[in-house]
Ligand binder design. Structure first.
Ligand code: KMH
Ligand code: ZN
Length: 273
């Protein structure tokens, strides 16, 4: 058996809507339930966003706090990772509202980019602000890398002392405006990591499961979930986040790997309880 694979479930995101897939959760209760079912299916980490009841993206601390409270009240040990990316158009302070007590990781988006027809702004001062806040709160950063130059930014943050181990790298491939989700691109990015670090891939849309298969072969970790992809196969909507996690678990089995438990994931990610 190879190294256990950390499966992260990105259960809601900021963009996808119930009109596209009725399984998209909105309320804190729905998001917590989606996280719990993803955990039962084999996820060790949950990547959290929040929504207002009408589905608009929210970075309100109260929403995140309720999600965290509900997951822990159910007795789940899932690693809790809060998005500081939020939605395109949000200010950086608003985005940091997600870093509530109980969060263990926070995302660190590695640069400004086209994001579909919009611009996702992450200036270097923004990056330093987020990295500093994560460190002050004792949270492990997950660096979201969408394009090759963002690895140079990662190296710059390390050199300037804004980022240090432990941190995790998530290659998010297939966003219109970033690198596409090819095996060639993933291999190139992995080779370009500035130092040995755990990494994972989140393939957007149709890239989700094929890239998961590549990452499993290359010794990486995997993110799946409705934030990134609404379909279990071409033209067939996923019934929920748990179905996508089960598909990742099946791919892991074929690659000779098993899902990491949350405790194993904390060990690999350097998260202290
Ligand atoms: N919603 C995207 C604009 C993150 O969670 O840190 C950004 C995002 C990244 O989802
Ligand atoms: Zn996200």
């Amino acid at each position: 058996m190879g190294e256990p694979v950390i499966i992260a479930a990105a259960v809601v995101g900021a963009e996808v809507r119930r009109e596209q897939n009725p399984a998209v959760p909105y309320t804190p209760a729905e998001i917590a339930a989606a996280a719990l079912s993803a955990g039962e299916a084999g996820a060790a980490v949950v990547h959290l966003h929040a929504r207002w009841p009408d589905g608009r993206a929210s970075q309100e601390a109260a929403h995140f706090a309720e999600i965290v409270q509900r997951i822990r009240a159910a007795g789940s040990q899932l690693v809790l990772q809060c998005s500081t990316g939020g939605a395109v158009g949000m200010g950086i302070e608003e985005r940091l509202g997600s870093l509530v007590p109980g969060a263990e990781m926070g995302t660190l988006n590695m640069g400004t980019m086209n994001f579909g027809d919009e611009v996702f702004v992450n200036s270097r001062p923004d990056l330093v602000k987020v990295a500093t806040r994560l460190r002050q709160r004792g949270l492990v950063p997950e660096c979201e890398v969408y394009d090759a130059g963002m690895l140079d930014t990662l190296a710059w943050l390390l050199k300037e002392g804004h980022l240090a181990q432990p941190y995790h790298v998530q290659f998010v491939l297939g966003v219109p405006g970033g690198m596409t989700g090819s095996e060639r691109n993933l291999r190139f990015l992995v080779e370009g990591l500035p130092e040995a670090v755990h990494w994972s891939v989140a393939g957007i849309g149709r890239f989700e499961l094929p890239l998961a298969e590549v990452a499993l072969r290359l010794g990486g970790h995997v993110r799946v979930g409705l934030e990134d992809n609404l379909f279990i196969s071409k033209g067939v909507l996923a019934t929920g986040n748990d179905q996508l996690v089960r598909a990742a678990v099946a791919l892991a089995g074929k690659a000779g790997r098993r899902p990491a438990t949350p405790a194993e994931a904390r060990g690999m990610l350097g998260i202290k309880l």
